[in-house]
Design a protein around this ligand. Structure first.
Ligand code: NAP
Length: 324
């Protein structure tokens, strides 16, 4: 099968991760790296025998590139994805899909009209746990309530970027990967109400600690709540999740998923089948795109997820419930 030639934009942690996954595939070859950071960009290009191109606008226009992986910071994903699709490239973009709903809609529109494969880096698509949860939830009646609680001690590898409202958006936006799986299971929200407080917030958008909450009502019924608290004094990160449905409850306190029904409490059975990596899936979809129209269902869910994270930002700013 033909080798898909790839250009990567960004040269940080995720660029390295994607490069390593893609390099392990016989059907893909990373031929160019672009980054505003010349030092790490050139280093990554040298390590992978790829060409370094300082301007990403130039990379997306290259005729010898079929597909572009975008792993820059949150505030440039949408812009680069639009330019790459306009140049008829297939796109793999780190979450969040975009920094505004208009931008996200444009990305999806371009992928559809140009018949390109668009993947957003949400791994649930290839996760056995997510598939098992989705199946079990569909057997347990209607959703009443779902909750997600996360407590994070640190501020990430690049705190000046991660805990920064102007670069990464509000916590709900950089933590959008916890919104995606729930939207994939229960669909779009009818309304969103958010709350946030920041400690040590400066004019450049950086902060030390945060608390961020979201409440939604789903169009299909049921209430969803997320809360994130970060930069706090706690030994290790904690995460608690619940799906409360009319016929039973799925819950995980950090020790694995349990299912409670009126008859019993059991561990959720998660099959151990080998799944492709999300990069492998993207490459095989590109190879099949001449015969089949690309499937954009996951990108649609990624768009629904940023509708919630961005509406949360609006709700916090205006101190009111936002209808979607
Ligand atoms: N899928 C996952 O599991 C996962 C995990 C972590 C993060 N992420 C997402 O992945 C993205 C990248 O995260 P990371 O941890 O790799 O960040 P990172 O280590 O800071 O790397 C980002 C890279 O992109 C470059 N860059 C940023 N904005 C740019 C622009 N406008 N034009 C050109 N180059 C630009 C940076 O240059 P500088 O060095 O000059 O800043 C850096 O080389 C983020 O959006 C994050 O939310 C995903």
């Amino acid at each position: 099968m033909r080798n898909i030639k790839i250009g990567i934009v960004g040269s940080g942690g995720m660029a390295r991760n994607h490069l390593s996954r893609l390099s392990s595939l016989e059907t893909a070859k990373v031929v160019a790296i672009s980054s505003r950071n010349e030092q790490t960009g050139k280093q990554l290009a040298t390590e992978s025998a790829a060409t370094f191109i300082s301007d990403w606008n130039q990379l997306v226009e290259q005729d010898d590139i079929d597909a572009v992986v975008i792993c820059t910071h949150n505030n440039s994903h949408g812009e680069i994805a639009i330019a790459a699709l306009q140049a008829d490239k297939h796109v793999f973009v780190e979450y969040p899909l975009a920094n505004s709903v208009d931008e996200g809609e444009m990305v999806l529109h371009l992928a559809k009209t140009r018949g390109r494969v668009l993947r957003v880096s949400h791994p649930e698509v290839v996760s056995n746990t997510h598939a098992a949860l989705k199946q079990k939830a569909s057997e347990l009646g209607d959703l009443l309530f779902t909750s997600f609680v996360r407590l994070t001690p640190g501020r990430g590898a690049r705190p000046e970027i991660l805990f920064n409202l102007l670069v990464s958006g509000i916590p709900a936006h950089f933590f959008v990967y916890h919104i995606y799986p729930i939207v994939d299971m229960f669909g779009d929200a009818k309304w969103v109400h958010g709350g946030a407080s920041y400690e040590g917030l400066t004019d450049s958008g950086q902060y030390e600690r945060f608390v961020n909450t979201i409440t939604v009502e789903f169009k299909q019924g049921g209430i969803g709540q997320w809360s994130w608290t970060g930069g706090i004094v706690i030994n290790t990160a904690e995460q608690h999740e619940r799906y409360v449905l009319t016929e039973g409850t799925l819950s995980d306190d950090g020790n694995g998923w349990r299912c409670s029904t009126p008859r019993e409490v059991t561990d959720l059975t998660i099959p151990n089948t080998r799944q492709p990596s999300i990069q492998e899936l993207w490459i095989s979809e590109i190879q099949n795109s001449a015969q089949h129209e690309p499937c954009l269902v996951d990108a649609e869910v990624a768009l629904s997820a940023i509708r919630i994270s961005l509406a949360t930002a609006e709700s916090i700013e205006e101190n009111r419930q936002i209808k979607l």
